[in-house]
Design a protein around this ligand. Sequence first.
Ligand SMILES: Nc1ncnc2c1ncn2[C@@H]1O[C@H](COP(=O)(O)OP(=O)(O)OP(=O)(O)O)[C@@H](O)[C@H]1O
Length: 349
Amino acid sequence: MSGDPLVSVRNLEKYYPVDTGLFSRTESYVKAVDGVSFDIMPGETFAVVGESGCGKTTLGKTVARLYEATGGTIAFEGQDITDLDGKALRQLRRDIQVVYQDPSSSLNPRRRIGAIVKEPLAVHDVGTKAERDERVAELLRRVDLPVEFRHRYPNALSGGQKQRVAIARALAVEPKFVVLDEPTSALDVSVQAKVISLLDDLQDELDLTYLLISHDLSLVKNVADRIGVMYLGNLMEVTDSRTLFENPVNPYTEQLLSAIPVVESGEQSLKPPSVEVRGETPDPKDPPSGCPFHPRCHRAFDACDAVDPELVEVEDGHQTRCLHDPGPKAEAVAEHRSDDVTQEGVTED
Ligand SMILES: Nc1ncnc2c1ncn2[C@@H]1O[C@H](COP(=O)(O)OP(=O)(O)OP(=O)(O)O)[C@@H](O)[C@H]1O
């Protein structure tokens, strides 16, 4: 990667208080995002993938400044936006937009499509009434919907059409950065590819940068430039899309890839290693000590429940969070390694 990132996230944390007891005292926290760092370059699609509940939506909404961060920083175009408020935050809301998973709940059923798409223009006081009407028509055309749809209500549209409306609304104020939170997972399989292709075209036409959130590795494979694999609030591996599929180094990524059915196609070379997918995700209110993945890991050894690894670079642009590549924690790992423990399944390379 060269140049300056559009978005730069460092040690980001978002904790939800868990209220218990008679007086609703906060006694613990769900660490939904627990120290996440990454950069997104202008024009890039950075995907975050992981199982349900790993913190993807929380991460997206915190980066978009819809949730307050508990800790860490978010920079946008080089400016720290973590604590922005008032007028500056309102201006930022033009630059950063979010498209949600389910257009049936994100579109107001009592408003016509024209009013829905026009709303951000009114909120940000963009243009005259005539200019806004023209812009709505232009946006509907851009997302391949008939302009006449502006007179309809959302319930007269299919799921894919509703998601196109949600995309048009997000683009109304010409954002630079769009968080796409599972943008196709509520849609029929037959329309998913069309919506993805539309997002791809819009990215090229409008110089957009995407944070794409998905539980579906096979979906992001063809769309993302780089992928971050998330587990229990942490990024476990970050690399470019091809490397992640061809040469994953983190055991959690290996297990996720193993769960994807291998499609007989011209892309046979991108076969994931065969690794058993083990166990259930731990309770995020009571995460394991050490590496959060170690109770399910096929490579875990005795140090893994004692030392919490950092995300370290194993080669240019390829980071992993695993004691097999311990980086600065090498000494702590060495202390915990015991020669007399049989390390089932561990390759010492
Ligand atoms: N408002 C909230 N209050 C308390 N806990 C929350 C809240 N929102 C999310 N969580 C918890 O935070 C963790 C991360 O949730 P999040 O929705 O960000 O994950 P996700 O990966 O997007 O999951 P999914 O794909 O199922 O939406 C989960 O354990 C969830 O139960």
